[in-house]
Design a protein around this ligand. Structure first.
Ligand code: IPM
Ligand code: MG
Length: 356
């Protein structure tokens, strides 16, 4: 079988980590008799430099023709002063919207071998962390009406949070379906004590919950959720939330596992074509120094194999290879701890390849 994968390497460490992931996919392909074809496309800061546009039309068209998309990371200080519509981040928001990827799935799991890297007290870490953040990705305040205006003789800026019933329903459905395969528990995060959009969110979630009697749904206000995540993360399984709250809480969830360099994500819509990317950013400070941990991007490829191509054994093979390397105590700088062997990003990739 041939699979066409669009690669948006992006900025900073993006090219190193996507190249690492490509080498892993090629090895898996050889082993299992699949052919993965890769098409490198411009997105983010590099696209601004080369074309003046953070998401050129060609990139959109090629992504739409592909079977799936692999993304590294976008952004960097170099482009921070550009106006909003010309920033690298706009390219990322736009490709998500163009591909209709409304569901962002961000698993935050504390790897057994990395328990020492968890920043929480050991009695809290002991109970384990295994959370999946289901974040709405193409609605809410990141896409709402915005602008700058004059009020009382001074400049004011505004952004709008808006959600329709159908937007809430389709993301909630993803969370409920996922919950069926896990602990049958959904915690829905909102700010219904203040926001009208959150009150609608809550209403729609409860309405849909009637169709899933086997699932327990709990509402939690976002400020409380931020606190509970560090106090007792073991209480969370599926976290269902809006674009803005999900952006913030998924970074928090990732950080408490102590290894943001390890966490993968998928963005899905109504077709099997998804966009897969590490949760971490472009880390311009370590770009080009062979320091970046490629594991999050490689794990994102495992998610792609499973969720877009239904290649379950192949996905498990990659995950197992990574566990083996970690069990042998090899660590990149970001997850290094005492007594372990520190390796470069490329060495880590080599070690993973040798386990496949
Ligand atoms: C993320 C990032 C993006 C987002 C930025 C880069 C636009 O923070 O994927 O979480 O806010 O979605
Ligand atoms: Mg973010």
């Amino acid at each position: 079988m041939n699979y066409n994968i669009a690669v948006l390497a992006g900025d900073g460490i993006g090219p190193e980590i996507t190249n690492a992931a490509i080498s892993v996919l090629n090895k898996i392909g050889k082993k299992y008799g699949h052919n993965f074809s890769f098409k490198q496309l411009l997105a983010g800061g590099i696209a601004i430099d080369k074309t003046g546009n953070p998401l050129p039309d060609e990139t959109i068209e090629e992504c739409k023709k592909s079977d799936s998309v692999l993304l590294g990371a976008v952004g960097g200080a170099k482009w921070d002063t550009l106006p909003g519509h010309l920033r690298p981040e706009k390219g990322l928001l736009k490709i998500r919207a163009e591909l209709g990827l409304y569901a962002n799935i961000r698993p935050a799991k504390l790897f057994q071998s990395l328990k020492g890297a968890c920043p929480l007290r050991s009695d809290i870490a002991e109970k384990g962390i295994d959370i999946v953040v289901v974040r709405e990705l193409i609605g809410g305040i990141y896409f709402g009406e915005r602008g700058i205006k004059e009020i009382n003789g001074e400049t004011a800026a505004y952004d709008t949070e808006q959600y329709s019933v159908s937007e809430i329903k389709r993301i909630a459905k993803i969370a409920f379906e996922l919950a069926k395969k896990r602990k049958k528990q959904v915690i829905s995060i909102d700010k219904a004590n203040v926001l009208e959009s959150s009150r609608l969110w809550r209403k729609v979630v409860h309405e849909l919950a009637k169709e899933y009697p086997e699932i327990t749904v709990t509402d939690m206000l976002v400020d409380n959720a931020a606190m509970q995540l560090v106090k007792n993360p073991a209480q969370f399984d599926i976290v269902l939330t809006s674009n803005l709250f999900g952006d913030i809480l998924s970074d928090e969830a990732a950080m408490i596992t102590g290894s943001i360099g390890m966490l993968a994500s998928s963005s899905l819509g109504d077709t099997t074509r998804g966009l897969y990317e590490p949760i971490h950013g472009s880390a311009p400070d370590i770009a080009g120094q062979d320091l970046a941990n490629p594991i999050a991007t490689i794990l994102s490829c495992a998610m792609m194999l499973r969720d877009s191509f239904s290649l379950i054994n192949e996905a498990e093979h990659i995950e197992k290879a990574i566990s083996e390397v970690l069990d042998k105590n090899y660590r990149t700088a970001d997850i290094m701890s005492e007594g372990k062997t520190k390796v470069s990003g490329s060495k880590m990739t080599e070690l993973i390849l040798s386990e496949i």
